[in-house]
Design a protein around this ligand. Structure first.
Ligand code: ADP
Ligand code: ASP
Ligand code: MG
Length: 404
């Protein structure tokens, strides 16, 4: 059975006019020969944010199945609405929720991971319907509770369904023409990239670029799914995500991104003894708090250390509280979330020197202070003052000649 998977994000189905337009895209694809289409849809734009706000106004703890049950409802509505439009246009269709497929996930409510998907039911339904409209972002746990995959998770639903159906392609329709050298809403001179490697977009996505959910890229890379990111607003070719060997020209810096979802915590006056870092980060890991960037300094006399690290903004309070009530010794703790992480990414960095130097020079010229640095083979990230984010992104974009 030849099936096409197409995912439509929130803005692409943001109002009735947009849904009518998407209905036309599907209708044209069927006329052009596509036999069966599995649509994966997000909630209409703004809906999930509103649901999250309504929940957190009542309850702080988001790692709770009721949170998932509430914030997944936007997708139930949009999938049924789109299916209604398709049927009105003589395209046989029905909507499907995560649990009806079922998409089995673990029990990490709010950021659940997909364990397996049984594709039998989908295949059977395709005997009757031309189009199935699946609610993205959701699954079901072994406790029979609805789970959600983390914000932006509908991309992951789409790629996971492509894997489960044994397909090799997945189209992601969104509100920009493809993947750009930087967020085109911040860096106006950003250019669309025609081809990008899995590694590059995985770094960009993990470092804050929300154009694709990082776990959708991880899955695509693992199972060799070709992701095609394209606009639902026009017919521009979009961006193809592929393996590094297939990309002929490897730019030193392919793209840059930023993340505001960072909080910096500094512990001062920690006795400098073996095992202290293991205890601190062990405690945070026990509470499922991800630590990202880390720097340590030792006092001149070698007796005390100070440790600075970053955690996701939503975990800042919890991290500080857990450290305060723990037996870990330190003199002072300080948290700051007026910061952001700016990163440059490119597989060409592996074979080029001086990339970091150029980054630091550019920021220095703009009088931007670097608070923490972290690197990998294909990325360099720096932590800077939140107010300087846009100016850093624009300056770096031009330094690496991405404007041209
Ligand atoms: P959807 O609702 O379709 O899932 P998202 O809002 O999640 O769309 O992702 C698309 C948005 O990602 C764009 O509108 C753009 O502002 C942002 N974005 C950030 N970095 C990039 C990038 N490098 N290329 C393209 N878009 C980017
Ligand atoms: N609606 C969810 C969100 O806003 C999932 C998605 O859009 O991918 O995060
Ligand atoms: Mg998205």
């Amino acid at each position: 059975m030849s099936i096409k998977v197409m995912k439509f994000g929130g803005t692409s189905i943001g109002d009735i006019r947009r849904i009518e337009h998407v209905t036309k895209i599907i209708s044209k694809r069927i006329k052009a020969g596509d036999k069966k289409i599995l649509m994966v849809v997000s909630a209409m734009s703004g809906v999930t944010n509103k649901l999250v706000k309504e929940y957190v106004d009542i309850e702080n703890n988001i790692y709770n199945p009721e949170y998932d049950s509430i914030i997944s409802t936007g997708e139930q509505y949009s999938s049924a609405l789109i299916s209604t439009f398709l049927n009105k246009n003589m395209i046989t269709s029905r909507s499907l929720l995560g649990w009806q497929i079922p998409i089995h996930t673990d029990k990490s409510y709010g950021k659940a991971r997909i364990l397996n998907i049984n594709s039998t039911y989908i295949k059977n339904l395709f005997k009757k319907y031309k189009v199935l409209v699946v609610s993205g972002f959701q699954g079901i746990s072994e406790d029979n509770r609805i789970t959600t995959l983390g914000r932006g998770g509908s991309d992951t639903t789409a790629v996971a369904l492509s894997v489960a159906l044994g397909l090799k392609n997945c189209e992601i329709f969104t509100d920009v023409d493809g993947i750009f050298t930087s967020d085109p809403r911040i860096v106006l001179s950003a250019k669309k990239i025609d081809f990008i490697t899995y590694e590059e977009i995985l770094e960009l996505a993990s470092l804050g670029s929300k154009v694709l959910h990082p776990r959708s890229v991880e899955l695509a890379m693992k199972y060799g799914i070709k992701i095609h990111v394209r606009s639902s607003f026009n017919k521009t070719e979009g961006t193809i995500v592929l393996k590094e060997e297939k990309k002929l020209e490897k730019e030193v810096v392919t793209g840059l991104t930023s993340s505001e979802n960072e909080a910096k915590i500094t512990l001062k006056g920690i006795p400098d003894k073996p095992g202290v870092a293991a205890t601190i980060f062990g405690l945070l890991a026990k509470h499922k708090i991800n630590v990202d960037m880390i720097v340590q300094n030792i006092t001149d006399d070698g007796r005390y250390a100070s440790l600075t690290f970053t955690v996701p903004k939503e975990d800042q309070k919890k991290a500080v509280n857990e450290l305060k009530i723990s037996k870990i010794k330190f003199n002072k703790i300080h948290a700051d979330n007026n910061i952001c992480k700016v990163s440059i990414v490119g597989v060409g960095m592996r074979s080029n020197v001086g990339v970091a130097e150029k980054m630091f020079e550019t920021l220095a010229k703009k009088n931007i202070n670097i608070q923490v640095i972290s690197t990998s083979e294909i990325k360099i990230s720096v932590l800077i003052d939140l107010k300087k984010k846009n100016s850093a992104l624009r300056a770096l974009h031009s330094t690496y000649k991405l404007d041209d």
